[in-house]
Ligand binder design. Structure first.
Ligand SMILES: Cc1cc2nc3c(=O)[nH]c(=O)nc-3n(C[C@H](O)[C@H](O)[C@H](O)COP(=O)(O)O)c2cc1C
Length: 206
Protein backbone atom coordinates (compact mmCIF):
# COMPACT_ATOMS: atom_id res chain seq x y z
CA UNK A 1 0.00 0.00 0.00
CA UNK A 2 1.25 3.42 -0.92
CA UNK A 3 0.34 6.99 0.00
CA UNK A 4 1.07 9.76 -2.49
CA UNK A 5 1.83 13.11 -0.85
CA UNK A 6 1.85 16.32 -2.86
CA UNK A 7 3.99 19.16 -1.52
CA UNK A 8 2.19 22.25 -2.79
CA UNK A 9 4.81 24.71 -1.54
CA UNK A 10 7.27 26.33 -3.93
CA UNK A 11 9.96 25.33 -1.39
CA UNK A 12 10.92 21.74 -2.00
CA UNK A 13 12.43 21.16 1.45
CA UNK A 14 10.58 23.81 3.49
CA UNK A 15 8.01 23.71 6.27
CA UNK A 16 5.30 21.80 4.40
CA UNK A 17 7.86 19.18 3.43
CA UNK A 18 8.95 18.92 7.07
CA UNK A 19 5.35 18.25 8.15
CA UNK A 20 4.87 15.68 5.37
CA UNK A 21 8.10 13.94 6.39
CA UNK A 22 6.64 13.41 9.86
CA UNK A 23 3.60 11.76 8.24
CA UNK A 24 5.90 9.66 6.02
CA UNK A 25 8.00 8.44 8.94
CA UNK A 26 4.95 7.33 10.92
CA UNK A 27 3.48 5.67 7.83
CA UNK A 28 6.75 3.75 7.47
CA UNK A 29 6.41 2.56 11.07
CA UNK A 30 2.88 1.39 10.24
CA UNK A 31 4.20 -0.57 7.24
CA UNK A 32 2.88 1.83 4.59
CA UNK A 33 5.04 3.14 1.75
CA UNK A 34 4.85 6.80 0.72
CA UNK A 35 6.20 9.26 -1.83
CA UNK A 36 6.44 13.04 -1.55
CA UNK A 37 5.96 14.67 -4.94
CA UNK A 38 6.92 18.34 -5.21
CA UNK A 39 4.55 20.50 -7.28
CA UNK A 40 7.47 22.75 -8.17
CA UNK A 41 7.97 26.50 -8.23
CA UNK A 42 7.13 27.25 -11.86
CA UNK A 43 3.87 29.08 -12.67
CA UNK A 44 0.83 26.76 -12.81
CA UNK A 45 -1.94 27.52 -15.28
CA UNK A 46 -5.48 27.68 -14.02
CA UNK A 47 -8.26 25.61 -15.58
CA UNK A 48 -9.55 27.33 -18.74
CA UNK A 49 -12.68 25.11 -18.86
CA UNK A 50 -11.85 23.89 -22.38
CA UNK A 51 -13.56 20.56 -21.63
CA UNK A 52 -10.96 18.48 -23.50
CA UNK A 53 -10.28 16.39 -20.38
CA UNK A 54 -13.84 15.02 -20.58
CA UNK A 55 -12.78 13.25 -23.79
CA UNK A 56 -9.17 12.37 -22.99
CA UNK A 57 -9.06 11.99 -19.20
CA UNK A 58 -5.99 14.25 -19.23
CA UNK A 59 -5.46 17.96 -18.79
CA UNK A 60 -4.71 19.71 -22.06
CA UNK A 61 -1.87 21.72 -20.47
CA UNK A 62 1.29 19.63 -20.41
CA UNK A 63 3.86 22.07 -19.04
CA UNK A 64 3.48 21.17 -15.37
CA UNK A 65 3.03 18.04 -13.26
CA UNK A 66 -0.79 17.76 -13.17
CA UNK A 67 -1.01 14.73 -15.48
CA UNK A 68 2.01 13.12 -13.81
CA UNK A 69 0.30 13.54 -10.44
CA UNK A 70 -2.92 11.99 -11.80
CA UNK A 71 -0.99 8.94 -13.00
CA UNK A 72 0.80 8.58 -9.67
CA UNK A 73 -2.47 8.91 -7.76
CA UNK A 74 -4.22 6.31 -9.90
CA UNK A 75 -1.47 3.89 -8.84
CA UNK A 76 -1.51 4.97 -5.18
CA UNK A 77 -3.98 4.01 -2.44
CA UNK A 78 -4.31 7.35 -0.64
CA UNK A 79 -3.55 11.03 -1.17
CA UNK A 80 -2.24 13.70 1.19
CA UNK A 81 -1.95 17.28 -0.02
CA UNK A 82 0.30 19.72 1.81
CA UNK A 83 0.07 23.48 1.37
CA UNK A 84 1.56 26.63 2.84
CA UNK A 85 -1.07 29.08 4.07
CA UNK A 86 -1.21 32.17 1.84
CA UNK A 87 -3.66 34.88 2.93
CA UNK A 88 -5.62 32.36 4.98
CA UNK A 89 -6.04 29.97 2.04
CA UNK A 90 -3.98 27.34 0.23
CA UNK A 91 -1.22 28.46 -2.15
CA UNK A 92 -2.95 29.86 -5.29
CA UNK A 93 -0.74 27.82 -7.60
CA UNK A 94 -1.75 24.68 -5.70
CA UNK A 95 -5.45 25.51 -6.11
CA UNK A 96 -4.85 25.93 -9.86
CA UNK A 97 -3.04 22.57 -9.87
CA UNK A 98 -5.79 20.79 -7.90
CA UNK A 99 -8.62 22.35 -9.96
CA UNK A 100 -7.12 20.80 -13.07
CA UNK A 101 -6.14 17.53 -11.38
CA UNK A 102 -9.61 16.91 -10.00
CA UNK A 103 -11.53 18.25 -13.00
CA UNK A 104 -9.60 16.00 -15.39
CA UNK A 105 -9.14 12.82 -13.37
CA UNK A 106 -11.10 12.70 -10.11
CA UNK A 107 -13.37 9.83 -11.24
CA UNK A 108 -10.39 7.52 -10.86
CA UNK A 109 -9.68 8.75 -7.32
CA UNK A 110 -12.98 7.54 -5.80
CA UNK A 111 -12.54 5.48 -2.66
CA UNK A 112 -8.97 6.58 -1.99
CA UNK A 113 -8.61 8.08 1.51
CA UNK A 114 -7.33 11.64 1.45
CA UNK A 115 -6.24 14.44 3.76
CA UNK A 116 -4.94 17.97 3.69
CA UNK A 117 -2.01 19.29 5.72
CA UNK A 118 -1.23 23.00 5.98
CA UNK A 119 1.62 25.00 7.44
CA UNK A 120 1.35 28.61 8.50
CA UNK A 121 3.60 31.07 10.22
CA UNK A 122 0.79 32.33 12.42
CA UNK A 123 -2.86 32.27 11.22
CA UNK A 124 -5.38 31.10 8.62
CA UNK A 125 -4.68 27.38 8.93
CA UNK A 126 -8.30 26.25 9.45
CA UNK A 127 -9.63 28.20 6.46
CA UNK A 128 -6.92 26.79 4.18
CA UNK A 129 -7.51 23.28 5.53
CA UNK A 130 -11.26 23.49 4.87
CA UNK A 131 -10.73 24.73 1.33
CA UNK A 132 -8.51 21.76 0.51
CA UNK A 133 -10.95 19.25 1.96
CA UNK A 134 -13.51 20.39 -0.62
CA UNK A 135 -11.59 18.54 -3.34
CA UNK A 136 -11.90 15.21 -1.54
CA UNK A 137 -15.49 15.43 -0.42
CA UNK A 138 -16.78 16.02 -3.96
CA UNK A 139 -14.77 13.08 -5.30
CA UNK A 140 -15.96 10.19 -3.08
CA UNK A 141 -12.65 10.24 -1.22
CA UNK A 142 -13.00 9.41 2.50
CA UNK A 143 -11.25 12.09 4.55
CA UNK A 144 -8.65 10.77 6.97
CA UNK A 145 -9.06 12.32 10.42
CA UNK A 146 -6.47 13.22 13.01
CA UNK A 147 -6.45 14.51 16.58
CA UNK A 148 -6.70 18.16 15.48
CA UNK A 149 -7.14 20.07 12.19
CA UNK A 150 -3.99 19.16 10.34
CA UNK A 151 -1.64 22.11 10.66
CA UNK A 152 1.90 22.83 11.70
CA UNK A 153 3.34 26.23 12.58
CA UNK A 154 6.60 27.74 11.50
CA UNK A 155 8.40 30.08 9.16
CA UNK A 156 11.37 27.72 8.90
CA UNK A 157 11.66 23.91 8.97
CA UNK A 158 13.55 24.22 12.23
CA UNK A 159 10.53 25.96 13.82
CA UNK A 160 8.21 23.26 12.50
CA UNK A 161 10.44 20.61 14.07
CA UNK A 162 9.82 22.35 17.41
CA UNK A 163 6.00 22.36 16.96
CA UNK A 164 5.47 19.32 19.16
CA UNK A 165 1.67 19.37 18.96
CA UNK A 166 1.61 19.92 15.20
CA UNK A 167 3.98 17.00 14.65
CA UNK A 168 1.88 14.77 16.89
CA UNK A 169 -1.16 15.65 14.77
CA UNK A 170 0.87 14.56 11.69
CA UNK A 171 1.70 11.23 13.34
CA UNK A 172 -1.93 10.64 14.33
CA UNK A 173 -2.95 11.41 10.76
CA UNK A 174 -0.54 8.72 9.56
CA UNK A 175 -1.86 6.23 12.15
CA UNK A 176 -5.44 6.82 11.01
CA UNK A 177 -4.41 6.63 7.36
CA UNK A 178 -2.80 3.25 7.95
CA UNK A 179 -5.86 1.99 9.82
CA UNK A 180 -8.21 3.18 7.09
CA UNK A 181 -6.08 1.70 4.32
CA UNK A 182 -5.85 -1.68 6.03
CA UNK A 183 -9.59 -1.68 6.79
CA UNK A 184 -10.56 -0.76 3.25
CA UNK A 185 -8.26 -3.29 1.61
CA UNK A 186 -10.26 -5.56 -0.69
CA UNK A 187 -13.47 -3.59 -0.18
CA UNK A 188 -15.18 -2.87 -3.52
CA UNK A 189 -16.42 0.63 -4.29
CA UNK A 190 -20.18 1.19 -4.00
CA UNK A 191 -22.17 1.10 -7.23
CA UNK A 192 -22.42 4.83 -7.83
CA UNK A 193 -25.41 6.12 -9.79
CA UNK A 194 -25.10 8.09 -13.01
CA UNK A 195 -24.49 11.66 -11.94
CA UNK A 196 -27.53 13.90 -11.88
CA UNK A 197 -26.91 17.57 -12.62
CA UNK A 198 -29.64 19.98 -11.57
CA UNK A 199 -28.50 23.48 -12.43
CA UNK A 200 -30.27 26.15 -10.40
CA UNK A 201 -31.83 27.43 -13.61
CA UNK A 202 -33.13 24.41 -15.60
CA UNK A 203 -31.55 23.94 -19.02
CA UNK A 204 -33.97 24.52 -21.90
CA UNK A 205 -32.51 21.63 -23.96
CA UNK A 206 -33.10 18.94 -21.28
C1 LIG B 1 2.06 35.22 -0.30
C2 LIG B 1 2.20 34.70 1.11
C3 LIG B 1 1.12 34.79 1.97
C4 LIG B 1 1.21 34.30 3.26
N1 LIG B 1 0.11 34.34 4.06
C5 LIG B 1 0.17 33.82 5.31
C6 LIG B 1 -0.99 33.80 6.13
O1 LIG B 1 -2.09 34.21 5.77
N2 LIG B 1 -0.85 33.30 7.41
C7 LIG B 1 0.35 32.82 7.86
O2 LIG B 1 0.41 32.42 9.02
N3 LIG B 1 1.45 32.78 7.07
C8 LIG B 1 1.38 33.25 5.81
N4 LIG B 1 2.48 33.18 5.00
C9 LIG B 1 3.67 32.44 5.46
C10 LIG B 1 3.65 31.00 4.87
O3 LIG B 1 2.51 30.31 5.30
C11 LIG B 1 4.90 30.23 5.28
O4 LIG B 1 6.00 30.94 4.81
C12 LIG B 1 4.88 28.83 4.71
O5 LIG B 1 3.88 28.06 5.32
C13 LIG B 1 6.21 28.15 4.88
O6 LIG B 1 6.13 26.86 4.31
P1 LIG B 1 7.15 26.39 3.16
O7 LIG B 1 8.53 26.55 3.73
O8 LIG B 1 6.82 24.96 2.89
O9 LIG B 1 6.90 27.25 1.96
C14 LIG B 1 2.42 33.71 3.71
C15 LIG B 1 3.52 33.64 2.85
C16 LIG B 1 3.41 34.11 1.55
C17 LIG B 1 4.60 33.99 0.62
Amino acid sequence: MKVLMLNGSPHEKGCVYTALCEVAEQLRKEGIESEIMHMGAKPVAGCVACGSCAKTGRCFFGEDKVNECAEKLRAADAFIVGSPVYYAGPNGALCAFLDRLFYSASKSFAGKPAAAVVNCRRGGASAAFERLNKYFTIANMPVIPSSYWNSTHGRTPEQVRRDAEGLQVMRDLARNAARMLKGLQGQPLPQYEKKIYTDFIPRLDK
